[in-house]
Design a protein around this ligand. Sequence first.
Ligand SMILES: Cc1cc2nc3c(=O)[nH]c(=O)nc-3n(C[C@H](O)[C@H](O)[C@H](O)COP(=O)(O)OP(=O)(O)OC[C@H]3O[C@@H](n4cnc5c(N)ncnc54)[C@H](O)[C@@H]3O)c2cc1C
Length: 190
Amino acid sequence: MVVENPIVDLLVVGGGTAGIIGATTAAGFGARTLLVEQARTGGDCLWTGCVPSKTLLSAAEHAMTVHALTGQPPRFAAVRQRIFAAIRTIEPVDSPAALEAAGVQVITGTLTFRTPGVAEVDGTTIRFRQALIASGAAPVNPGIPGLAPRRLSPRTRSGNSMPFRRGWPLSEAARSPANSGKPSPASDRR
Ligand SMILES: Cc1cc2nc3c(=O)[nH]c(=O)nc-3n(C[C@H](O)[C@H](O)[C@H](O)COP(=O)(O)OP(=O)(O)OC[C@H]3O[C@@H](n4cnc5c(N)ncnc54)[C@H](O)[C@@H]3O)c2cc1C
């Protein structure tokens, strides 16, 4: 892969919200800007965070209204379709093509810093003046008893069933005999 500019003014690591805004702002000021994204531009906000979660809330409200008026139960398949449609609508705004149109060079790959002013993306050397690290974050388990990480079952992740039925997933506390029969607290159903 050939990076057009031998030295970029701003190297942006990560094509999530922070990287996209940083890169387009810098390019708007005339800086030679290169953004490196290892997966899909758009980041958490587009694919798993803001967009799907707010669409889910709006779809849930709609489903409850329909349920109240017609007695029809919510259809999770329809909710999923609505979420995917929202992502598809916004995706072009965060796309590499939109970034390139804003003057940002985009390459796909995992960036590693080598020495000051030098980085590497899958074997390609990049020289830069400044870097913006916008590589996101990951949750950590604070180790509080009862907060053991829960995984969604593959069926829930890929299927059209409702992900959070009453009583699943339960925290260790909610599993105890003293709490049996009570619905799990809202904090367990995230
Ligand atoms: C369920 C949920 C709902 C949310 N709702 C809202 C909301 O309503 N409003 C709001 O403001 N915020 C919301 N957020 C928070 C918001 O999604 C995040 O704050 C935002 O997405 C963070 O953006 P970011 O650019 O910092 O990181 P990310 O979006 O995580 O992007 C980082 C990118 O860097 C890339 N990357 C990492 N390392 C490398 C590397 N070495 N080389 C190349 N690329 C790399 C990753 O692939 C990733 O694409 C929500 C979050 C969640 C989880």
